[in-house]
Ligand binder design. Structure first.
Ligand code: SAM
Length: 249
């Protein structure tokens, strides 16, 4: 998906807001798996508005290069961050602006399903990483499509999600073929909103790329249904997200 052709960048930070604590928690899980001592140079591949870039620099105490092809998204990342450890570069993940074997870790959050050819990006990760380097992925996978909490109100969304998400098996195979090994993999429940009302209002911002692809009528009817349901939905709403670490042997 070309984010510059959509209105997603304008509403992204509000519609996809994650608390600082939650962001740090995600990154800390990766840090526990790979350690922080040998990580000095990180690529935040498909960094978007830089949601995770600051937490990566803080927790790994490292320099972070955010790589992002959408000028609307990267403009927001640059405007938000004023930290010498962070730099942002306008480029696609298929052509990382770094030398061979020069990077310690590559982080990708919710990027894989936007790639026309994810194997090309996996190959670019292989080229850019040093031996023993890591790819850390935070993404939903097609095995967990049922955990999306709005399937019943948007009748055509399940087909859109299934078409775009990659399965756990295909993802592992793609990296293993290149000489990576799966170092860790877990599926966690990620809270999107603390209650039904907050969830409906987040979805109404249309910052979710699957929701952004719906016909307007279906989108509007679905949001109305979510708002109605919110009246009797005090509990938190979320979905299942995979956290995977590949190590380059
Ligand atoms: C859902 S956003 C995730 C942004 C950020 N990683 C986050 O978690 O907030 C997906 C991002 O992937 C980017 N993207 C799309 N195609 C890409 C490509 N070929 N290489 C790198 N990033 C890409 C989009 O422009 C968008 O910013």
């Amino acid at each position: 998906m070309d984010y510059d052709q959509t209105t997603v960048p304008e509403s992204y930070d509000a519609g996809r807001e994650i608390s600082d604590d939650k962001k740090r928690e995600f990154i800390a899980r990766f840090a526990q798996t790979i350690g922080t001592d040998a990580v000095d140079k990180i690529i935040d591949l498909g960094c978007g508005t830089g949601r995770f870039s600051g937490a990566l620099a803080d927790i790994f105490d490292a320099n972070v290069l955010g790589v992002e092809p959408s000028s609307k998204m990267i403009e927001r990342a640059r405007a938000k961050h004023n930290d010498v450890r962070l730099r942002f570069h306008d480029a696609p993940g298929e052509a990382l602006p770094v030398d061979d074997s020069s990077v310690d870790m590559i982080f990708m959050s919710m990027v894989l399903h936007h790639l026309a050819a994810p194997q090309k990006v996996a190959l670019e990760c292989w080229r850019a990483l040093r031996s023993g380097g890591h790819v850390c992925i935070r993404n939903t996978v097609s095995d967990e499509v049922r955990s999306y909490p709005y399937l019943d109100v948007f009748p055509s969304i399940q087909a859109i999600i299934k078409r775009q998400l990659i399965s756990r098996e295909r993802l592992n195979g793609m990296f293993e073929e290149l000489g990576f090994r799966v170092l860790a993999g877990e599926t966690i429940w990620h809270e999107i909103a603390p209650n039904g009302h907050a969830f409906a209002e987040k979805i109404a911002l249309r910052a979710d790329s699957f929701v952004a692809q719906l016909p307007d009528r279906e989108f509007e009817a679905g949001v109305e249904a979510l708002r109605e349901r919110a009246l009797t939905a005090p509990e938190a709403v979320g979905l299942r997200v995979d956290l995977i670490v590949y190590e380059l042997e």
